[in-house]
Design a protein around this ligand. Structure first.
Ligand code: HSE
Length: 449
């Protein structure tokens, strides 16, 4: 059978990795796919550099549309990124009857519903293993390996840049801004790291996992997103003393409502810094590595760990998609694995819950004047709000507050689960106490048991 022909849009770090791994392992890949897979055409704005990377046997153009228009191309790999021209080209490739492989989480998290519908109508596949956690085959695991399960929750370290920064903050006892500068100097963080440090990149990935896990449409606009920019070295240190590590987690959970507590059924979808017990494997994932824990009702907890970015790790995921498409190309489109794991006519309309309805536990740090009755007032507010305390840590008093002559101290409180709305109200009341001297730090906590 003639090899399947692939057109590549954008040959940067991941594109060149894909080309190299495909060449290096071509014999083995052919034995697995049942057919050769060849990149025969590349579009890149820097034609000379691209031609140098792929050699004279591959056609290189600067116009992506020339690849899409080529009738010999069976699969288009989109590695341009972003929601702009990438969206137009993906939709044009689908309209031209090409299968699409993409690593573009932003595009699918925001426009996935439109793109998957267009692909289903045209009978082509859109594969995106590389869009979540780079080389870790988490999409395959969720969509196929765990298909027997009712997925209960997923929690993942799905952004390597922020995990690297948090690891450095913990190791060296430094604050966020100092470590970010160093990470940029060393090339671990982008010159504009906004999407990474503000949690947006992780939210794109969590949105995709949520859709596949629960059979709901992709709903990036409903995700709660909080990055790591406000984390201080002190909180990392206190968390450690209490037996926790702080990680930026992408979390999605199936939530069963409880009428007595005023909660409803729904899906939680959130990205924020999170205390995780130090004894959990995921708490020990350091540096730029990624890891995802998936809890299914039959299998229990499963953990997936590996490189979430980089040339060949991401190429590993792109090529896995190429092989999948090659194997399924001649299958009836209705018998292929659905894009979002569930049949398109069997999607759930379970709502993504607003953050105020999320139920979780909390770490609170209050900078207070160390005077009689402060702790009683703070714990009194929590009790009135129906929030149960799990642990309290009070540091020795240190400096003196302003001109008051009263020493200051940090009070750290861990709570049991409560609804976010209750915690919001309690924080407003605690903040209003004259003895609370600085904005209260609130970090959510997950036991992941
Ligand atoms: N910027 C991402 C990260 C890699 O730091 O993990 C690509 O998703």
């Amino acid at each position: 059978m003639k090899p399947i022909q692939v057109g590549l849009l954008g040959i940067g770090v991941v594109g060149s990795g894909t080309f190299n791994v495909l060449q290096r392992n071509q014999e083995e890949i052919k034995r697995r796919a049942g057919r050769g897979i060849e990149i025969t055409m590349v579009a890149d704005l820097n034609v000379a550099r691209a031609q140098e990377l792929v050699g004279p046997g591959v056609t290189v153009v600067n116009d992506a549309r020339a690849v899409i228009a080529n009738p010999d191309i069976d699969i288009v790999i989109e590695l341009i990124g972003g929601y702009g021209i990438a969206k137009t080209l993906v939709l044009e490739a689908i309209a031209a009857g090409k299968h699409v492989v993409t690593a573009n989480k932003a595009l699918l998290a925001v426009h996935g519903t439109e793109i998957f519908a267009a692909a289903s109508a045209k009978g082509v596949m859109v594969a995106f293993e590389a869009a979540v956690a780079g080389g870790i085959p988490i999409i395959k695991a969720l969509r196929e390996g765990l298909t027997a399960n009712r997925i209960q929750w997923i929690a993942g370290i799905i952004n390597g840049t922020t995990n690297f920064i948090l690891s450095e903050m913990r190791d060296k006892g430094l604050d966020f801004a100092v470590v970010l500068k160093e990470a940029q100097r060393l090339g671990y963080a982008e010159a504009d790291p906004t999407f990474d440090i503000e949690g947006v990149d992780a939210a794109h990935k969590a949105t995709l996992m949520s859709a596949i896990a629960f059979g709901i449409p992709v709903q990036f606009d409903k995700a709660y997103i909080e990055g790591i920019t406000k984390l201080g070295a002190a909180d990392i240190k206190y968390a450690e003393q209490l037996g926790y590590r702080i990680k930026l987690l992408g979390i999605t959970k199936r939530r069963f409502g409880n009428a007595a507590q005023g909660t409803s059924d729904g899906i939680e979808l959130r990205v924020h810094p999170c205390l995780v017990p130090a004894k959990r494997l995921i708490a020990n994932v350091e540096g730029a590595m990624n890891a995802v824990v998936v809890n299914g009702d039959a299998v229990g907890n499963t953990l997936y760990y590996g490189k979430g970015a980089g040339s060949e790790p991401t190429a590993s995921a792109v090529i896995a998609d190429l092989v999948d498409i090659t194997r399924l190309e001649s299958a009836d489109p209705l018998h292929r694995v659905p894009h979002l794991a569930f049949q398109p006519n069997a999607m759930s309309d379970l709502a993504v819950l607003p953050m105020s309805e999320v139920v979780t536990s909390y770490y609170l740090r209050l900078r207070v004047a160390d005077e009689t009755g402060v702790l009683a007032k703070v714990t009194g507010i929590l009790a009135e709000s129906g929030i149960s305390i799990d642990a309290v840590l009070q540091r020795e008093a240190d400096e003196v507050a302003g001109n008051s002559g009263v020493p200051q101290t940090d009070v750290i409180i861990l709570t049991h689960d409560c609804q976010e709305a209750k915690m919001n109200t309690a924080i407003v009341h605690m903040q209003a106490l004259p003895s609370v001297l600085e904005p209260i730090t609130r970090i959510r906590k997950e036991e992941l048991a």
